[in-house]
Design a protein around this ligand. Structure first.
Ligand SMILES: *[C@@H]1O[C@H](CO)[C@@H](O)[C@H](O)[C@H]1NC(C)=O
Length: 623
């Protein structure tokens, strides 16, 4: 008896010691294992789809859920609850309307321009049920760029939300010239040639469309196009295949989400975060989501308490706005346990925890079109992801040395890139292979090719250039440092410098423009700034430039600052020199060139005085 008791004690002590040792040496061991098991389970499922040529798509999953949990709330929007069956029925009706007209066939693309509302999802699913791809259009895109979107994805039909029809008025004739049918999600239309959809949907039978219409035999079949800002001046359509949409829909699940979760989606559905991860992720786990038309910082916690929200989606800016709200009683009394998103900065992260409690913040890294993703499943502050031996077996990525001045990766004497050491910042490249394919952009081989680097480490290899500078620390955490190249982020949107440059170049008194992003303390991302040369014999006209920017650029892409220069510096490879301009910022007391600031109240670019500069730095000036 004694002996056996001793044995048990020894065993318990041993396990305890192992547990402590493991905690000290590998503090993230169990979390890593839990996460890896999910990654591997997911990977096996994908492999099975490949072998059997029978893909269970996100839509298939939705239809399964609608059969299994028909009465469960799927989307709650403006206080009204829509069950899985409601959305299934209504999307059947949308499909039936188009089916009856016979205007679309399997493989066609239909464009969708809508703000967040349940019908966004119904139209998306309805068209997918017919085997059509859907192209999500960014509702901020200005008409000039919008026309181009139809060309790149080949859409011949546009479904537009009732509240957005007015923004299309000036391009309606051009759309008709191009034979693009416009359907408004309303019951009446005042514009000739615009057809109404809502009345027909309400009358249509809710009968399901036969499953073979939506059936997918390959993970590589296109299902969506999501527009991201382009580098040649116009938006480009990232191809979303079933592989990518399935991967994104597994996001909440990989973080441990279950059917008891309530997900809060305040981000726009035309971005992959809200649509693929938010809606896709909610239905994957059979949960409920609270869909918001727009994010409101003052409403956020009220909603979370009212609906017992457990998971919310964020971008870094959103958490900062929440922290900037006046303090209230009982800020930690809520059920939110997890945030999933991207771009949370360390200072905001800490403040967020301090104010609102220990909510696990799960950073997720991965571009819409990219073939790589990182997840910070540990919740370590400041990291976007975590790597380890197994992860590297699945995803092949590397960080290489980058020359900030020349704005390109360093190539050695043999012409190859060089990996950085642990702890050093490098450009993130992700290898293209059959397991991690890169689908690029619709309608443009050239744009796809521009994202690729060849002969990186050996002759014949191929990598996607993410354009992001990252660092991997000694604990295998991956942290974001900066974005390089032709784009920067502002207010949660990508800004393509070349797009802005092109638009500024259309102003008659501007001879040349060089657009870049500058950091403003207390703000995420970078604010747009343009160095311009004024045409000889012309004068800078702040009013005219303001009106031009207002008309042709979405609000987030309008340069906040203008710097007038005499001449423009070029790099050795005849690219515009940006590095020094970025470094020198926008401080009027340090820069001798005339500077201007976009003043929305004055509706004009006004001289940037020290007083304005101080107001910007102290956060008093609205940007
Ligand atoms: C939220 O949870 C509380 C307590 O668990 C419950 O009484 C309430 O009905 C829930 N509210 C909703 C909208 O589910």
């Amino acid at each position: 008896m004694l002996l056996s008791l001793g044995w048990v004690t020894a065993l318990v002590a041993g396990i305890f010691a192992i547990h402590i040792g493991q905690k000290l040496c590998f503090p993230y061991f169990w979390k890593d294992v839990f996460y890896l098991v999910r990654v591997i389970r997911y990977g096996l499922r994908m492999e099975m789809y490949k072998v059997t040529s029978n893909v269970c798509t996100v839509l298939d999953r939705f239809i399964q859920q609608a059969a299994q949990i028909p009465h469960k709330a799927f989307i709650i929007y403006e206080g009204i609850s829509y069950t899985y069956r409601d959305i299934d029925d209504r999307s059947n009706k949308v499909a039936q309307v188009f089916e009856k007209l016979g205007t679309v066939k399997k493989g066609d693309t239909v464009a969708l321009l809508m703000n967040n509302e349940p019908d966004f999802v119904c139209v998306w699913f309805g068209l997918n049920k017919l085997g059509c791809s859907v192209a999500f259009l960014n509702t901020n895109i200005k008409s000039r760029s919008l026309l181009h979107c139809f060309n790149c994805c080949g859409a011949k039909i546009l479904v537009v939300g009732k509240d957005l029809l007015e923004t299309l008025v000036d391009i309606l004739p051009s759309l008709q010239e191009d034979n693009i049918q416009v359907w408004v999600m309303g019951k009446e239309s005042l514009h000739p040639g615009v057809q109404t959809l809502l009345d027909k949907v309400e009358e249509a039978p809710g009968l399901p469309i036969p499953a073979e219409r939506r059936a997918a035999t390959s993970l590589k079949t296109h299902t969506l196009y999501i527009f991201t800002s382009g580098t040649t001046g116009l938006p480009k359509a990232a191809v979303i295949t079933h592989l990518q949409s399935l991967k994104a829909a597994a996001g909440f699940w990989a973080y441990g989400g279950t059917c008891d979760d309530v997900v809060y989606i305040p981000l726009p559905l035309y971005h992959s975060a809200a649509s693929l991860i938010g809606i896709g992720g909610t239905l994957h786990i059979g949960a409920t989501c609270i869909l918001k038309k727009k994010f409101s910082a003052s409403q956020f916690w009220i909603d979370c308490k009212k609906y017992n929200v457990t998971i919310f989606q964020y971008i870094g800016e959103l958490c900062r706005y929440l922290c900037n709200q006046p303090k209230a009683e009982g800020e930690k009394e809520h059920k939110v346990r997890m945030g999933v998103g991207n771009g949370l900065r360390q200072d905001v992260w800490r403040e967020f925890h301090r104010r609102f409690g220990e909510i696990r913040m799960c950073e997720l890294y991965g571009s819409t079109e990219g073939n790589l993703c990182f997840m910070n499943h540990i919740g370590k502050i400041g990291a976007v992801g975590r790597s380890n031996f197994f992860y590297r077996l699945i995803f092949k990525y590397d960080l290489v040395k980058y020359d900030m001045v020349k704005d390109e990766p360093v190539r050695n004497a043999q012409g190859f890139c060089e990996r950085v050491q642990k702890g050093e910042t490098g450009l993130l490249l992700s290898r293209v292979s059959s397991r991690t394919p890169f689908f690029g952009y619709a309608g443009s081989k050239h744009l796809t090719e521009k994202k690729l680097f060849r002969d990186v480490f050996v002759k014949g290899d191929m990598y996607v250039n993410t354009g992001d500078l990252m660092v991997e620390d000694h604990e295998d955490f991956i942290c974001f440092r900066d974005r390089v190249g032709d784009t920067f982020r502002w207010k949660g949107e990508n800004v393509a410098t070349t797009e802005v440059t092109e638009i500024l170049g259309l102003v008659d008194f501007i001879q040349e423009a060089n657009v870049y992003g500058v950091q403003i303390p207390g703000n995420e991302g970078r604010a747009g700034m343009a160095a311009v040369i004024v045409r000889p014999g012309c004068m800078f006209d702040g009013k005219k430039l303001f009106e031009h920017a207002l008309r042709d650029l979405p609000s987030y892409a309008r340069p906040l600052f203008i710097r007038i220069q005499e001449s423009m510096e070029m790099t050795g490879t005849f690219k515009q020199q940006k590095f020094q301009l970025v470094e020198s910022g926008f401080n009027p007391s340090k820069i001798s060139d005339p500077l201007y600031f976009l003043d929305n109240a004055e509706k004009c670019y006004v001289p940037l005085t020290s007083a304005i500069y101080d107001r910007i730095l102290s956060g008093q000036q609205k940007l």
